[in-house]
Design a protein around this ligand. Structure first.
Ligand SMILES: C[S@@+](CC[C@H](N)C(=O)[O-])C[C@H]1O[C@@H](n2cnc3c(N)ncnc32)[C@H](O)[C@@H]1O
Length: 434
């Protein structure tokens, strides 16, 4: 079928590609949404993202509704049924219209024979829904996360694991960082209001504006001129914690796509030099695009930051930011496909890279300099455990206090946990050389 023929069939195919073929959700959606009307784009986005997010619950529901499992070659149909169940459970649309539109989507999949089946399954769900008590479902089904992930989060956050999982299932918010060299938060809120976009300031960051609804960056006044960037409040708190001042030499060690790099230069336009390193050439290209949009420049290096012999000129840095590659378990609400793609072995792998980066870059710090280590993870082994090991091995370094507004205290740093409004989980630790 042509992918743009029917929004429900497009959403089903997007789910199939993400869940069964390992595609990334954003690039899958980009392909599916190309050429669709604005209304269809919104619909496909919501149905595909929501079905990927609630997959484990929907899988359980479907298994109780079907008399026998579908054949492997009908995986697309199975995904259409998940999309149908997602709409009925979460989208608050007229129920019988939803059933009939989902039945019609079988044609777009080339499976007219399945009209009766789809109709029967969705109608059966409507009949029995009132009898289903989701609270009695297993944790995997009711929180819709893989079992290993629930276990890891439960182990580190025994008191609030349920609220973390619930927050992961929220639709994500959208936050902007206002370039206060060009305008003010107050002025930009006014500009947004005139453009018909509802938004509020966010007290956690002095440069944050939270949109009431997600929107395309093309609709944001001044985005292409660098007046605002899309960046979560949690990410904004990284550059704000670096204690930047004119004349400093700064290393942004894991820089792409350059969100924090731009912010660093907005806060302190008169730095001596900012060296931006990233190992991934394609992602480093995004740094260039972002620098160009913001009218900024930096010394850009494509290299493995944990191998300074390969790229370092021997001059130490006053500030180092390691925004390390991580499991990203703090940003699941924004990237629900993480629940499908992340595996336990990935955590072992990033843990090793994080340790290497910290050990290799700490010696590049000037006396009285600061190294800020951040991750968008909520797992102790990627966060406090890394810092604990580092301080144990390097006695001339100590941990610094970070302001309480950043997040709750941990042994060495601060942790923000994902919140109800789809906000991100993030870890911060600041280390100084005596
Ligand atoms: C969390 S992202 C950084 C986000 C970025 N700081 C920002 O604010 O836009 C982690 C980055 O680390 C990079 N990376 C992973 N291993 C690296 C290494 N050994 N050396 C340098 N960069 C690395 C990845 O390519 C990725 O772009």
């Amino acid at each position: 079928m042509s992918d743009d023929a029917n929004p429900r069939a497009s959403a089903a195919l997007a789910v199939q590609r993400v869940v069964h073929r390992g595609w990334q959700l954003p690039s899958t959606l980009e392909r599916m949404l190309d050429g669709q009307s604005a209304e269809n784009r919104r619909l496909i986005n919501e149905m595909a993202s929501g079905t990927v997010r609630w997959y484990w619950l929907l899988e359980h529901l479907l298994s109780t509704l079907l008399e026998r499992p579908l054949r492997r070659k009908d995986q697309d149909l199975q995904c259409l049924l998940y999309v149908g169940l997602y709409q009925l459970e979460f989208m608050h649309k007229p129920q019988y219209a939803t059933v009939s539109e989902t039945v019609d989507a079988t044609g777009a999949l080339g499976k007219f024979w399945a009209r009766g089946l789809v109709n029967a399954v969705l109608r059966k769900f409507l009949r029995i829904r009132a009898e289903l008590d989701f609270e009695k479902f297993s944790d995997v089904c009711r929180f819709s996360h893989p079992g290993w992930m629930i276990k890891a989060i439960k182990r580190d956050w025994p008191e609030c694991w349920q609220s973390i999982l619930a927050a992961n299932n929220q639709k994500p918010g959208m936050t902007l960082r206002v370039n206060i060299n060009r305008t003010s938060v107050e002025e930009y809120l006014h500009v947004l209001q005139n453009a018909g976009i509802d938004a509020n300031a966010d007290t956690a960051s002095p440069v944050a504006v939270k949109l009431c609804e997600r929107t395309s960056v093309d609709r944001l006044p001044g985005f292409h001129e660098g007046i605002v960037s899309v960046q979560s409040t949690a990410s904004q708190l990284a550059a704000l914690s670096l204690d930047l001042a004119p004349g400093q030499r700064v290393l942004d060690a894991c820089s792409a796509p350059g969100g924090k790099l731009l912010h660093i230069q907005e806060i302190a336009p008169e730095l001596d030099e900012v060296v931006a390193v990233d190992i991934d050439k394609a992602r480093a290209g995004q740094i260039v695009d972002n620098l160009t949009r913001a009218g900024q420049s930096a010394t850009l290096v494509v290299a493995d930051a944990s191998d300074p012999d390969d790229w370092w000129d021997g001059r130490r840095f006053d500030r180092i930011l390691i925004d390390a590659p991580c499991s990203a378990l703090g940003v699941v609400s924004k990237h629900p496909d993480i629940k499908h793609h992340r595996k336990p072995a990935d955590i072992d792998r990033v843990e090793e890279v994080q340790g290497k980066l910290l050990n290799a870059l700490l010696p590049l710090l000037n006396r009285n300099g600061k190294l800020l280590y951040t991750t968008c993870s909520i797992l102790a082994r990627e966060n406090d455990s890394q810092i604990g090991k580092l301080l144990h091995d390097h006695s001339e370094f100590t941990c610094e206090h970070l302001p309480s507004a950043i997040g709750q205290p941990t042994k060495y740093g601060r942790q923000r946990l994902q919140g109800k409004a789809g906000s991100d989980g993030f870890y911060y630790a600041s280390i100084t050389r005596r």
